[in-house]
Design a protein around this ligand. Structure first.
Ligand code: MGD
Ligand code: MGD
Ligand code: SF4
Length: 752
């Protein structure tokens, strides 16, 4: 059975409560569309859950989508996924190139636009050297797009200034995995959900941000009432509402809570000594190897009572949660931006993995730490292909000479071609662009004039005449369009072909369903044209299309632990996603890493069951990570905490979901969530205008008074371009991961 759009309206009214549509109601039909001529296998272009979709095409147009029954989502989609088709045909679609002349964007031919772009990039390199040019991309770009851009810049132009929005999103998760396990990306898979008996969900509002995965968690709990759920979040989100234990704490103090959980686990003798004595190294924050006793000593500062005082969570609740986690037959942790977007983001990531390594809750089905990835292709596209300023493909590092040498060999480059110094990370890059030290930047599939923290600095910088920005953006009303010098029209989602890699290391193909609109071109074509016009050696960029790029990357991966040589294009066309490592075409893909017999990187006759091969000694690390506060704690002048995040029906800067009437209607504007106690204190009623002021800017939002935020904290969703909360947020970042602290800054509020 299908849903008509009119019926969807009824659901959309209550869409925050409705997590998923699927099974018998799996598709949403455009009005009187009729049965599609064909169904094309693809992937939802929104969150990192990576749901498979079937795109219904009629008369050369996308008329509907339905969930792919053969992908992990088993045919289910949330409303965002089900309502994608109208976005393709939005009236704001950019369908031809534009050049800014006297402050106004004027239509131009492709040749005029690309000639201008190339003259600016060549001019910058000639006058200021290769580090004066940059690429800024996205975890929503296809794998082939990011791989290609990274290769053009790093191998072709000599610039490591290759960055993208995953720095704002997953950098701390990468830092956490690499410091703990020596390799990026989760060890487990979504199948762990069906076997876990305890879920530890920290800093993630799964019900709104990964709804189809949350549905699987909820189903697991429904099937077995003994399954326990712990949610650690200073807001009482919809996710927290199904928890057995909701830990609501003073923002940022979860570092102390996780250390206290480790303390309890050891005191109660619930740690797994057989596991940690054989497979774990204990390491202080200044990288000294120590023993278990030193860890016990370190944790003395984190008794449940001490942590309770700091965090506001009762000591007995911390004790209950620690026991629940350790005693479960399988504990699975999920986390997302509540941990990553913090100046201690990497440390917070380490502390989750510590709990798993201490208890041996890892490497068996249902027991694993699992970082939820935000964007649909931050994993496969950016992290795996090395699309950041310090990375090369397959987790190799620019700063390591042997890694550069290996990649140069694989790419057939002269030794020394790849510059030895990492490029500028996102905040540094936009600072440099704002100061016109970086002269020319190519922006694809991201909207930085809305999404950067403390954004006024960057939009001011974008207005300068002595720097140059070319933007590939499908929608005319995206904020960054206001500031670009050249605007290029990209093919959108179903109008191009390539691979997405979601949270669980699953690579799936998005096949092209329809022709691009107007003069739009896939970003791969745009980048290939750019490389050719820049004079990049055709031996370095020999590709004709996205299939060629995948082929090179697939073969390259086979010399690394990412090995997905078995994930060929024809196989991707047939199957609904395959998990790497997958070394051969008959390999089924890997659900559990670091375990002999499961992970093809470990020889079958390896002496031990577990092998954390990312570390030279094969042992994962339990890190000592003390509690340290946020970059900007509340004080007398700014006494509250400002927290920002998401709502179920909007995607990021709203350029896409605001085009869908049903989604727009459910959240037309941003608002501020205020706790009932604070509302009383400040004389604020539901619906009142409230002035929020930080050290950077001020803005008025309508109040939603409820018990969702804890007292002392307000929350504002950041999708609304009319009420851009990023004018108020802070651009302080984690020293290791360089990911900004969007989740905590000091704010004062009053009734407007
Ligand atoms: P957020 O709302 O950013 O979403 O997914 P989530 O991280 O789940 O933040 C999650 C929670 O972190 C919030 O409820 C907030 O209260 C909590 N938090 C704040 N401070 C702290 C703290 O100190 N400690 C802890 N433990 N928690 C804290 C983000 C993910 O969602 C991402 S990264 C992307 S890119 C995708 N975006 C997206 C979207 O835009 N809309 C929707 N509907 N879904 C999305 N999915 C993905
Ligand atoms: P999006 O709206 O996803 O946000 O920030 P952005 O990446 O800036 O931007 C994607 C852009 O790409 C849109 O303008 C869309 O129209 C365009 N687009 C869509 N498809 C295509 C395509 O095929 N090709 C091209 N060329 N363009 C396309 C995301 C970033 O924001 C992230 S990932 C995080 S996790 C941060 N989260 C966050 C937060 O939690 N709080 C606050 N306050 N700010 C945040 N900003 C960060
Ligand atoms: Fe798309 Fe995420 Fe919804 Fe799945 S859960 S349909 S991937 S937005």
């Amino acid at each position: 059975m299908e849903l008509t759009r009119r019926e969807v309206l009824k659901y959309a009214a209550a869409s925050s409560a409705m997590m998923a549509i699927g099974g018998p109601m799996s598709s949403v039909m455009a009005a009187d569309a009729g049965e599609p001529d064909k169904w094309v296998k693809s992937v939802c272009r929104f969150c990192g859950t990576g749901c498979g979709v079937m795109v219904g095409v009629k008369d050369g147009k996308v008329v509907t989508v339905k969930g792919d029954p053969n992908n992990h989502n088993e045919g289910f989609l949330c409303l965002k996924g089900a309502l994608m088709p109208p976005i393709v045909y939005a009236k704001e679609r950019v369908t031809k190139p534009y050049i800014r002349k006297n402050g106004v964007l004027k239509p131009a031919s492709w040749d005029e636009a690309m000639s201008l772009v190339v003259s600016k990039f060549k001019g910058a390199i000639k006058e200021h050297g290769p580090t004066s040019v940059a690429y800024y991309g996205s975890g929503q770009a296809l794998t082939e797009e990011t791989y290609l851009a990274s290769k053009i810049w790093k191998a072709g132009l000599g610039s490591n200034n290759v960055e993208g929005n995953p720095r704002l999103c997953m950098a701390s998760a990468v830092g956490g995995y690499v410091t703990t396990f020596g390799k990026d990306e989760p060890c487990g898979s979504y199948d762990d959900i069906d076997a876990a008996t305890c879920f530890f969900i920290i800093g993630s509002n799964m019900s709104e941000c990964h709804p189809i995965l949350f549905k699987r968690v909820a189903k697991r709990k429904q099937a077995d009432p003994n399954v326990k759920i712990i949610v650690a979040d200073p807001r009482r989100t919809n996710t927290a509402r199904i928890a057995d234990e909701h830990l609501s704490f003073r923002p940022g103090t979860d570092l102390a809570i996780m250390n206290a959980m480790a303390y309890v686990i050891i005191q109660e003798e619930l740690d797994n000594q057989r596991f940690h004595s054989k497979y774990v190294t204990f390491m202080t924050s200044d990288k000294k190897k120590v023993d278990f006793d030193a860890y016990v000593k370190f944790l003395e500062d984190y008794t449940p009572e001490k942590a309770a005082k700091l965090s506001g969570v009762p000591a007995d609740q911390i004790i209950r949660c620690a026991k629940m986690f350790a005693e479960a037959s399988g504990s699975m942790s999920f986390w997302c931006m509540g941990l990553n977007q913090r100046i201690r983001g990497v440390w917070a990531n380490n502390l989750v993995s510590n709990l798993h390594l201490l208890t041996g809750q890892i490497g068996k089905t249902g027991a694993t730490p699992f970082s939820l990835t935000g964007q649909p292709n931050a994993c496969g596209g950016v992290r795996d292909t090395g699309g950041l300023c310090h990375l090369l493909p397959a987790g190799r590092l620019i700063k390591k000479p042997e890694h550069r040498a290996h990649v140069e060999k694989q790419w057939g480059l002269k030794p020394g071609t790849i510059a030895p110094k990492p490029g500028l990370h996102t905040v540094a890059l936009w600072n440099a662009f704002s100061e016109a030290k970086v002269k020319a930047i190519f922006v694809i599939c991201t909207n930085p004039a809305h999404s950067m923290p403390n954004v006024n600095i960057y939009t001011e910088g974008m207005k300068r005449d002595d720097n140059f920005m070319v933007l590939s953006e499908p929608f005319m009303d995206a904020e960054t369009v206001k500031y670009c010098d050249v605007l290029l029209p990209p093919a959108f989602w179903c109008e191009k072909r390539g691979v997405y890699g979601c949270s669980e290391r699953r690579y799936s193909l998005l096949d092209q369903s329809v022709e691009p609109m107007g003069e739009c071109k896939p970003d791969v074509e745009i980048l290939l044209d750019f490389a050719k016009r820049m004079g990049v050696d055709p031996k370095v960029i020999p590709f004709k299309n996205s299939d060629d790029i995948w082929e090179e990357w697939r073969i390259m991966s086979s010399e690394t632990p990412y090995n997905f040589a078995g994930i060929t294009r024809p196989r991707l066309e047939k199957e609904s996603g395959i998990l790497w490592p997958c070394p051969t075409e008959d390999h089924p893909g890997t659900k559990i890493r670091y375990v002999r017999g499961e992970d093809p990187n470990i020889p079958k006759d390896y002496k031990n069951k577990y092998h954390f091969y990312g570390k030279p000694d094969g042992r994962a690390v339990i890190w000592f990570r003390p509690y340290k506060g946020a970059a900007e704690e509340p004080d007398n002048d700014y006494p509250m905490v400002l927290n920002t995040g998401r709502v179920i029906d909007h995607w990021h800067t709203g350029t896409m979901t605001m085009k869908v009437p049903e989604l727009r209607r459910s959240f037309p504007n941003a608002y501020v969530e205020v706790n009932t106690e604070d509302a009383k204190k400040y004389g604020i009623q539901n619906g009142d205008d409230v002035l929020l002021e930080t050290r950077r800017d001020k803005m008025v939002f309508q109040a939603k008074v409820s018990d969702v935020c804890r007292p002392g904290m307000v929350f504002v969703p950041w999708f609304d371009a009319k009420l851009m909360i990023n004018k108020l947020t802070l651009n302080a970042f984690d020293k290791g991961s360089k990911q900004p602290e969007y989740k905590i800054c000091a704010v004062r509020i009053k009734k407007a």
